[in-house]
Structures are given as structure tokens and as C-alpha cells.
Design a binder for this molecule. Structure first.
Ligand code: G6P
Length: 464
């Protein structure tokens, strides 16, 4: 007898994977949570990606890739204030240690709270006595608080996919006390790394006068909750399988042909200033200056699908990257060699994983990143007999787990990154295999299913 679908696990995030948009532009949240939900029955609630002026629009229920979804549209004003204005012009830069890019207004804060309340109203209609609610990321931090206000008393967890900043950065935000208050409405609060967790604890201590109990719980606002690090990961087997298929696909074969035996260096990131793409291009230019023997032999392919194009910082970055890519190619290209291919569009996950398998170097140098799942996908995608080398920023959450095998660099040190890229390009096969094995061992112990079990296990342990 088949089981009736129930709402035991309700996942809420602003972005849900869209059948229409190409994988690369959706970021790590959509990939990670989709992988997690495919093996766990659950209902995923989020923004439909559409704009509609009807504030009372009902949830649209549908199924896609074996996951059940319930989505609703946002009004233009809500999109402008909640998504663009507060989530992406205040919280995103602040959480990525970039206060210089913060553009705060009270109107946007009000929009942020108004939309969180709207989410709460929708989610409240779905809750059953045995539901557990799992809220994702910086766009929806107040959701737990509003659900509690609506009398919802089931376990609610929050996982932050971005970094969490130190106390002195957080308090740049006017009204930061309320942001901390919202966290205390959850039962379990999850972060990517121990560093994010430490920052959060420091903020709760100094900014909110919370009490830390011996059993590991934090007490604030008359509630006790747990805060822990749960580093997100990927579905290892499915990534390996997709990578093998990707190489054999038409696109994979054409990519290999186009390289004509040249060595491939690959970067894949949403077009975002936190990803350090500009500095990465400079480091590649520096490599070409220093290592003439690489001329004609190395091709750096950077895939950066446009992201958050309505936010001015992102539009500016796009122009800057076009300029520097043109400059590097203008300086070094030859009649039969273009060193830098900058692709400003998304590709299917299968194609991306296939490209990663073809690469000798995964070049991922964010200036700050919650995790960077592409780093883990790069490792999973490799051919065990001839694996590539990961050059990874030490400011990506992934470096905590992958540091034993990756070449870990400081993305601000252009000279150092160029040297590391050179080292990666010259690394002997034996060392490549050893380093890859070390990273795979870590990833086998913490794949997406382990991540999901750990978080939901912590949430299930909550007594109400
Ligand atoms: C990052 C964030 C996600 C976000 C994604 C794509 O991975 O952590 O919350 O969904 O970027 O950004 P977007 O603004 O298009 O949702």
C-alpha cells in the first residue's frame, strides 16, 4: 500500500529550483536542498520566481523531480524591498563581510518583515501535529519568530547557507538585536562552519546577553535552543554519475574537442562579487606573465551565469569582468589560442560536472563563501585514475573540510594564487591522486544525506 503524502517535513526557502532555469544560476542552496529532499519525503515551500500584484495569491502545489513544491508569487514592491533591498543589499553583503556594499533603508527592512509574515501565513496552513519545519537562509531569518507568534508549536530549525559575521560586523546593522531575537525562536540553528558558529555565539553573548547552558543550549527570550555547525555537502554518487555522463554527452565531447589537448582550468560561480572572480582573472593574468611555458597550453574557462541582475553592484561587476576578460585575452591570445573563456551563461548540471571532470584544475577563489559546493562537485567529478587539483580559497567554508587535499590559497594575494595555480598545473600524478583521495575520504563521511540526517536528527530530538 503506498503511503499518503503528508506534511511531516516542511522545508521553506526563498529560492526553489526551477524547472525552467539552468542549474548554475541557482546557487548552492537549491542544489543541496534538492539533493537532500529527493531521498526524504517532504514538502518544499518558496517563492515561485514570479511577480504578481495579488497579495492574497494562494499556494500553487506541484511536483518536480520527485519533490513536492508549494510556491507563491511576490508583488513588485515586496520583491524590491524584501528580496533586492534588504536580503541582497543589506544581509548578503553584511554576512559576507562587505559592509562597504550595504545599502540600508527602513522601508526595505519593513518589506523584509512583511514578506516573512506572508511566508508564515502560508506555512501555518500546512502544519500538522507531527510536522517539523526547516527554514533556509538569510532571506527568511524572521520566519520562525512569526510562526511562533501564530501559535505554531512544532519543532522549527533554521540553516544559514552563508557565513555568519563577527559581532563587530553584525552590529553595523541598525536593529541587529531583533535579528538575533528572531534566531531564538528556532529550536535548532545550523551554520556551515565552526567559525560561523563561534561568530553567532559571540553575537548572542555580546549583542543579546544570552545565557549559555552546560547542556550546550543557548537561552534567550525565555526559550532554549541549540546552535551547531552542519557543513552542507553534495550527493556524491549522483554527482559522479552525472560527471561521467557529462563527459560523454554531446556538449562534453565538443568541449574536449575545442581544447585540443590543452590543459583546462575551470571556475564556476554565480556572477557575484563575493566569489572573487575579478581577482581570479588577475591571478590568471599574473600566471601568464610569469609562466611563458604555459602560453598556448592552458585554457581557463570561467562559467558565471548572471545573478541578481536588478542589484546595481551585480550589474557593475558584470561590466568589470567583461573589461578584464577582454584585457587578458587582448594581451595574450594568439591566432590559435584564447587563454580565457568567460562564459556569462548557465549550463545544465550534467554539462558542468562533465566540464569539471575534464579539468586539470578547479579554480575556486571566493573572497568569502558559506561553503562553495562547486569545490565539492569538482572533487566528486574527477577520474580516480587521473584526478585534477583543487585550488581553493581559505575563505570558503569548504576549505575547513578539504584543506588536507586542496591547494589552499588566500584570494587577496594575486601573486600567491598565480604561484599556486602554476603548482597545480605542474603537479605529478601520484601527488594528485593522494590529495584527491584525502578529499574524497572526507566527503564520503559527510555527504548530503549525512548532512540532512544530522540536522533533522537534532530537530527530532527537540521536546515540545
Ligand atoms: C546563494 C544563497 C541562496 C540563494 C542563491 C542564489 O547560494 O545562499 O540563498 O538562493 O545564492 O541566489 P538568488 O538570489 O538567485 O536566490
Amino acid at each position: 500500500m503506498s503511503k499518503e503524502p503528508d506534511n511531516e517535513l516542511i522545508v521553506v526557502s526563498n529560492r526553489v529550483p526551477s524547472p525552467k532555469s539552468s542549474g548554475g544560476s541557482q546557487g548552492g542552496l537549491a542544489v543541496g536542498v534538492m539533493n537532500a529532499l529527493q531521498k526524504n519525503e517532504g514538502l518544499w515551500v518558496g517563492w515561485s520566481g514570479e511577480i504578481d500584484e495579488n497579495r492574497d495569491a494562494q499556494l500553487n502545489h506541484y511536483e518536480f523531480d520527485s519533490v513536492r513544491f508549494a510556491t507563491f508569487p511576490l508583488t513588485e514592491t515586496d520583491h524590491q524591498t524584501f528580496y533586492i533591498g534588504f536580503s541582497n543589499e543589506v544581509l548578503w553583503p553584511l554576512f559576507h563581510y562587505r559592509p562597504d556594499k550595504v545599502d540600508y533603508s527602513r522601508e526595505n527592512l519593513e518589506g523584509y518583515l512583511r514578506v516573512s509574515q506572508r511566508y508564515a501565513r502560508h506555512v501555518a496552513t500546512l502544519v500538522e501535529p507531527h510536522s517539523r519545519i526547516w527554514v533556509h537562509d538569510y532571506q527568511l531569518i524572521p520566519l520562525g519568530f512569526y510562526l511562533r507568534q501564530a501559535g505554531i508549536n512544532v519543532p522549527i530549525g533554521h540553516f544559514l547557507h552563508t557565513p555568519f559575521p563577527p559581532w563587530d560586523v553584525l552590529r553595523i546593522l541598525p536593529d541587529y538585536e531583533n535579528l538575533l531575537r528572531y534566531f531564538s525562536a528556532y529550536d535548532v540553528v545550523g551554520f556551515q562552519t565552526k567559525c560561523d558558529l563561534r561568530n553567532f555565539e559571540e553575537c548572542m553573548r555580546h549583542g543579546f546577553d544570552a545565557t549559555f547552558h552546560d547542556d550546550g543550549t543557548i537561552e534567550a527570550e525565555g526559550r532554549r535552543f541549540r546552535a551547531e555547525a552542519f557543513p552542507i555537502s553534495i550527493d556524491l554518487e549522483s554527482a559522479q554519475e552525472l560527471a561521467r555522463q557529462g563527459v560523454e554527452s554531446n556538449i562534453g565531447k565538443r568541449m574536449a574537442q575545442s581544447l585540443a589537448d590543452r590543459t583546462l582550468v575551470m571556475g564556476v560561480d554565480r556572477l557575484d562579487y563575493s566569489k572573487g572572480i575579478y581577482k581570479r582573472f588577475l591571478a590568471f593574468e599574473r600566471l601568464l606573465e610569469k609562466a611563458e611555458h604555459q602560453h598556448g597550453h592552458v585554457v581557463f574557462v570561467q562559467i558565471s551565469p548572471p545573478s541578481r541582475t536588478d542589484v546595481p553592484e551585480y550589474a557593475e561587476l558584470r561590466t568589470t569582468l567583461e573589461r578584464i576578460a577582454g584585457h587578458v585575452n587582448g594581451r595574450f591570445s594568439d591566432y590559435d589560442w584564447t587563454p580565457l573563456r568567460y562564459l556569462n551563461r548557465g549550463y545544465s548540471r550534467e554539462s558542468i560536472l562533465g566540464f569539471l571532470r575534464l579539468s586539470r584544475v578547479g579554480f575556486l577563489t571566493p573572497l568569502r563563501d558559506g561553503m562553495n559546493l562547486v569545490a565539492k562537485e569538482f572533487v566528486a567529478a574527477q577520474d580516480p585514475e587521473d584526478p585534477g587539483v583543487l585550488v581553493l580559497s581559505h575563505l570558503a567554508g569548504a576549505s575547513w573540510e578539504l584543506q588536507e587535499g586542496a591547494l589552499v590559497c588566500n584570494p587577496y594575494d594575486t601573486e600567491g594564487v598565480a604561484d599556486m595555480l602554476d603548482q597545480a598545473l605542474n603537479m605529478p600524478l601520484e601527488e594528485r591522486k593522494e590529495r584527491w583521495q584525502r578529499m574524497m575520504d572526507v566527503m564520503r563521511n559527510n555527504d548530503i544525506h549525512h548532512w540532512c540526517r544530522q540536522f533533522l536528527g537534532a530537530l527530532s530530538a527537540v521536546q515540545h
